[in-house]
Design a protein around this ligand. Structure first.
Ligand SMILES: *Cc1c(COP(=O)(O)O)cnc(C)c1O
Length: 414
């Protein structure tokens, strides 16, 4: 299938090109030329990996053969996304991958794509992270021949378990602790992509959440959810709105999902926009659900396109810090240990449900990744799961650099 640039619809590229390029002209996002309608009953009788192949096939056709796609699916998704009852509702647990966050789905599928699209030229994945993305990307590309990964993160501003998870890998993974904040890390990445010499010599790719391969991987678990419990209201904890985009795409393809709730923390650009019609991002504020601290969500043009073409409206809710804490406690009273991101989705779901409706909320990270916050809210200590406990004991291999383009440039060209 071809993908077109939402800003310049005449720019059309194959799936392979869209993955390699990331963005189209004028920073336009790629979008599938059509959304294939799939038969839910047919999909529901297939084993999990075959179902995933059937869902992805129309999108990757022309780039990957059926046999290659089968291998990619098997290698990218060895773990599942269990649906756990919480009172009358359901938690969709997306944190059973190697870095205990839902970003494993997208990063691992993207790694499979780039590995097989290799043109023989070296690839450098350069990405800035405030936590989960860096870990998922580093693990997904670890030991992949021909790929070098550089992850920038703000020194001292991410939790130690998060840092240990990706700064202890070594090999083709280089981690740089930047003396600055996350915005400075992102600015450095942006500068690198504007430097034609560096871009060409390194074969730069950002692996960020606007890459279409990451979104396609996320469609899969919305189908799993819908086939196992049809007709639910699904609440998605949103930052850059990639996850919600994938959910809307699954529904447009025929997945039996009743409707969606877009849940945000105090960074509420979208809920304010949907309530009043004005798009007015404010300064980003730090919250307990820090992976959602985004005030200019970069996937919004895709969401807008889907709502417009399907004629759907979207429910949305912004959840305060006090309500996030209360929701972590309410979940515990129902016997479920949740962290701040899923708590935001849970609270927004309860606020939006109408009588007779049942819902699901997405759990995007393992509670132990936010052990400090969760422990403080619940007055208890959380045990670290195996992969995290093992990473805590390894040496941190990061190098510290100044928030300075020349320092990073030297590192890139070394
Ligand atoms: C990235 C992230 C989100 C937000 O997902 P988007 O696709 O950016 O909306 C939510 N929760 C966690 C734990 C994340 O890491």
């Amino acid at each position: 299938m071809d993908f077109y640039n939402l800003k310049h619809p005449e720019e059309k590229v194959s799936f392979g090109q869209a993955v390699r390029q990331g963005l189209g002209r004028d920073q336009g996002l790629f979008f599938p030329e059509r959304l294939p309608h799939l038969d839910a009953r047919m999909l529901s009788v297939l084993p999990r990996h075959q179902r995933y192949q059937a869902i992805l096939k129309p999108f990757v056709e022309g780039t990957f053969s059926d046999g290659t796609l089968a291998q990619m699916v098997a290698e990218a998704f060895p773990f599942e996304a269990p649906l756990v009852p919480v009172g009358p509702h359901f938690a969709l647990e997306l944190f059973h991958g190697p870095t205990l966050a839902f970003k494993d789905f997208g990063a691992r599928f993207m790694a499979q794509c780039l590995k097989r699209l290799g043109s023989g030229q070296p690839i450098t994945i350069l990405t800035a992270t405030s936590g989960d993305t860096g870990a998922a990307v580093a693990h997904a590309f670890h030991n992949q021949p021909g790929v070098r990964v550089l992850v920038l993160y703000p020194k001292g501003k991410i939790s130690r378990p998060q840092e240990q998870l990706f700064c202890t890998l070594g090999g083709n993974i280089e981690t740089l602790a930047v003396e600055g904040d996350f915005d400075q890390c992102q600015a450095l990445v942006k500068t690198a992509f504007d430097d034609e010499e560096v871009k060409g010599r390194c074969g730069l790719n950002s692996a960020n959440s606007i890459n279409i391969s990451r979104l396609l991987a996320q469609i899969l678990y919305f189908w799993d959810l819908a086939l196992s419990q049809p007709d639910l209201v699904v609440s998605v904890p949103c930052g850059n709105f990639g996850d919600l985009t994938a959910g809307l795409m699954a529904k447009a393809m025929g997945a039996p999902i009743k409707r969606f709730v877009a849940a945000t923390n105090s960074n509420d650009t979208v809920p304010r926009f949907l309530a009043g019609g004005q798009w007015q991002p404010r300064d980003t504020v730090a919250t307990l659900s820090n992976a959602m601290d985004v005030s200019r969500p970069n996937n919004w043009p895709r969401v807008a396109k889907l709502l417009d073409s399907q004629g759907w409206t979207l429910a949305a809710g912004a959840v305060s810090e006090a309500d996030t804490r209360a929701a972590v406690q309410a979940l515990q009273l129902q016997g479920y240990l949740g962290e701040p991101h899923c708590a935001v989705a849970f609270k927004a779901l309860l606020d939006q449900l109408e009588s007779g409706e049942r819902g699901a909320f997405l759990c995007t990270a393992h509670p132990a990744k936010f052990a400090e916050a969760v422990g403080a809210i619940l007055g208890m200590e959380l045990a670290l799961p195996g992969p995290l406990a093992r990473a805590m004991e390894k040496p941190n291999l990061s190098r510290t650099i100044a928030a300075d383009w020349q320092a990073l440039r030297a590192q890139l060209l070394s």
